[in-house]
Design a protein. Structure first.
Length: 181
């Protein structure tokens, strides 16, 4: 193989390794596949993340669905997004998320639902989520519909995910732990 083709091939291999291992590409600390609405808030890289209260607040799914909603998409962390919440419920569905995540829908005994999403492990590189996020991702992938679970995660208003009322949907994103009951 000519030296120029080997160089191009090696460059592509190194670029792919950086993208999947959390290395910087062109000076950007983010991994190319890790992106989405309000990404700095989801990955705890925003300046308000330093003021997070990491003590889990036990709350019902019904309670989460009744939290005060922002009237427009927040550009910074909304007050209810500065807390970690712990919920219990039944897994209704699980599967890959649309933005570098794995998600589940958890239902309360009264039928209210909440989305929970764990970041792809590569997307937790260099964030305060770290190992807890990776473990949560693996745990969510092991969940099945019908499982009873306890999920702990950071509150997040998802601007492009509308609930049954057409209003912004409150999620736990990122998930920090997911345990079958």
């Amino acid at each position: 193989m000519p030296a120029s083709r080997r160089g191009v091939g090696l460059s592509l291999v190194l670029l792919a390794a950086c993208a999947t291992a959390g290395g910087a590409v062109d000076g950007d600390e983010r991994i190319p596949l890790c992106f989405g609405d309000r990404w700095d808030i989801r990955t705890m890289r925003d300046k308000e993340a330093k003021s997070m209260d990491w003590t889990p607040v036990p709350i019902s799914i019904d309670g989460l669905t009744n939290l005060a909603r922002p009237t427009t998409t927040p550009t910074s962390r909304f007050a209810t997004e500065t807390h970690v919440y712990a919920i219990r419920g039944k897994v209704i569905s699980v599967g890959p998320g649309d933005q570098a995540s794995y998600k589940a829908v958890i239902e309360s005994p009264t039928g209210n639902k909440v989305h929970v999403e764990a970041l792809e492990p590569a997307c937790t590189f260099g964030t305060p989520i770290g190992g807890a996020g990776r473990d949560a991702y693996r745990a969510l992938r092991g969940m099945r519909p019908g499982d009873m679970v306890e999920v702990t995660g950071v509150g997040y208003w998802h601007p492009s995910n509308k609930g049954p009322t057409g209003r912004m949907w409150f999620e736990l994103y990122p998930v920090l732990s997911a345990v079958a009951q």
